[in-house]
Design a protein around this ligand. Structure first.
Ligand code: SF4
Ligand code: SF4
Length: 273
């Protein structure tokens, strides 16, 4: 099913140029029709000249699949971009300079070469999620979600004319995005807070810490295990053991630590001297 990418991204909804898209709200129980397969006339068109912003989990999944260190993956396959309205640094997949700007992972007619590990945004398309500003979430009444889902309807995408119908749940299950959405949440919350703060270039320390934990887990591993980190922070031995060998656990811990390092919040606090 859909192998495609989108211009909407989990962390970058506000960057959508709404003039170029028809965004149709999808209620939680709504049904929509869509299908993407090699038979559609637009097959692979959406994997060209697009912004595919990667979450930390995307980076971890793909670099593990390619058996690369974080820095190797970032150098070879990605570009860095700061969100225009806030300065928050984002990593996006590199688009080729030739081949009509095809995604670096597009393998011609064979489609996506990392299909099983494709980024969250590629799985979700054509659905997008808009997270409400955290400052507004406090005003929600019971039963209201802090997220709004919508369908991105681009003229070139013929998938919307296919008869196959889905509920939101069916689509998410089919594309394997249920767990990913949950796992991406702590990072998206950090990004939303940084956006609200309009992190400035002057805040280099904060920017560097955010980038290390979000995008370069191999360096964060060294920071945790080969510096005085554990003298300064009490880390449960079981947690330390599991994140020493499991970068998914390291990423979870990293998100909690970022809450402290950037905002002075969260469960991780420095040891009392
Ligand atoms: S990662 Fe795969 S699905 Fe996503 S844009 Fe690149 S080729 Fe397309
Ligand atoms: S149907 Fe839409 S998602 Fe599928 S290849 Fe065409 S443009 Fe991409």
């Amino acid at each position: 099913m859909s192998k495609s990418a989108a211009k909407a991204t989990p962390a970058n909804h506000s960057e959508l140029n709404k003039e170029n898209f028809n965004l149709k709200p999808i209620p939680p129980e709504g049904i929509f029709s869509f299908a993407c397969h090699p038979g559609v006339s637009c097959y692979n068109r959406c994997c060209h000249q697009i912004d595919v912003i990667l979450t930390p989990l995307d980076i971890l999944n793909i670099k593990t699949k390619l058996n690369l260190r974080s820095d190797e993956f970032l150098t070879e396959y990605t570009d860095l971009q700061s969100l225009s309205d806030s300065g928050v640094p984002m990593v996006k997949l590199r688009m080729r300079k030739n081949s009509n700007g095809a995604c670096i992972f597009l393998a011609g007619d064979k489609g996506c070469s990392i299909y099983e590990n494709r980024p969250h945004v590629c799985r979700s398309y054509p659905l997008g999620v808009a997270a409400l500003d955290p400052r507004e979430a406090g005003h929600l009444t019971e039963g209201q979600s802090s997220e709004a889902r919508f369908m991105i309807q681009e003229e070139m995408c013929m998938g919307h004319r296919e008869p196959k119908t889905w509920t939101l749940k069916e689509w998410m299950k089919d594309q394997g995005t249920f767990g990913m959405e949950q796992d991406n949440k702590p990072w998206l919350e950090i990004v939303a807070k940084l956006k609200a703060m309009k992190i400035a270039e002057a805040q280099q320390r904060e920017v560097s810490l955010f980038m290390m934990v979000s995008y370069d887990l191999d360096t964060f591993w060294k920071f945790v295990f080969e510096s005085s980190f554990q003298e300064r922070f009490a880390v449960d031995q079981k947690v330390a053991d599991s994140m020493r060998s499991d970068q998914v656990e390291l990423l979870k811990f990293g998100m909690e630590w970022l809450q402290f390092a950037l905002f002075g919040e969260g469960p991780i606090q420095p040891k009392q001297q």
